[in-house]
Ligand binder design. Structure first.
Ligand code: ATP
Length: 219
């Protein structure tokens, strides 16, 4: 479970205070895939980063009783001058896992062939996406965080493999996915929430969340 207790978060832009959360309290329950809808620039990444522990709240507390992933697509832990292989082995050690297993798994899933042994800094954005997604799926979490859908790769073979693995993972794990469009959430979300005016409004269904969201974005 991830619980936000009276969490406030804002940024000072130099001209104004941008409020992301204002004394917000909500929970992400295991087994209940949650989709969060919010327009671009309103704080989706910030909320996901707070769940991952990459951003701290200004006030309040975030309590976690599950293993929560880093956000899908997050490359902060990956060192550009090291190869995918070296990064995978390093991350395995950080998580106390078998480096041989994590190397073999990511090598198989990302399908980068000989580029797996090249520095990550030389990768195209699609190759980076494939590597970071493979790394995320190689590690076992109770809650997976996804920012704006699946990585956009044009590699059909990778998309199929990664989609299958994610589906399998989600039989025992939960996903939190944020997007500015309901369509991205449809495949995963059981319930949904709308980030608005510093609060996260929770709904039992995506349909209900969409009604508030459409009203908000069109009005
Ligand atoms: N470290 C920071 N310092 C100042 N402002 C920030 C910082 N991080 C984010 N912001 C601002 O907070 C707001 C929300 O940013 P965030 O990236 O969370 O939004 P988002 O909904 O994920 O946007 P997008 O969908 O465009 O990525 C934006 O106006 C952004 O400029």
């Amino acid at each position: 479970m991830i619980e936000f207790k009276n969490v406030s978060k804002s940024f000072w832009t130099g001209k104004q205070r941008k409020v992301i959360l204002d004394n917000a309290s909500f929970r992400v329950e295991p087994g209940n895939n949650l989709g969060i809808l919010a327009p671009n620039g309103t704080g989706k990444s910030t909320v996901i980063n707070m769940m991952a522990g990459l951003e701290k709240p200004d006030e309040g507390a975030i309590v976690k009783s599950s293993r929560v992933s880093f956000p899908l697509g997050f490359m902060g832990g990956v060192v550009s001058r090291l190869s995918a292989k070296e990064n995978a082995r390093y991350v395995a050690k950080l998580y106390g896992l078998d480096p041989d297993y994590i190397e073999a798994y990511t090598r198989w899933l990302c399908g980068l062939e000989e580029y797996y042994d090249f520095p990550v800094g030389t990768f195209s954005s699609g190759m980076r996406a494939r590597f970071s997604f493979s790394l995320l799926l190689a590690l076992e979490f109770d809650i997976y965080l996804i920012d704006e859908g699946m990585p956009q790769t044009t590699d059909a073979e990778f998309n199929r493999k990664a989609g299958d693995v994610l589906k399998e993972r989600l039989e025992n794990a939960t996903v939190v996915i944020v997007s500015h469009q309901a369509k991205t959430l449809e495949k995963f979300a059981h319930s949904a929430a709308v980030l608005r005016d510093g609060q996260l409004y929770m709904f039992d269904t995506l349909e209900e969340a969409k009604q508030l969201y459409d009203y908000q974005t069109q009005g």
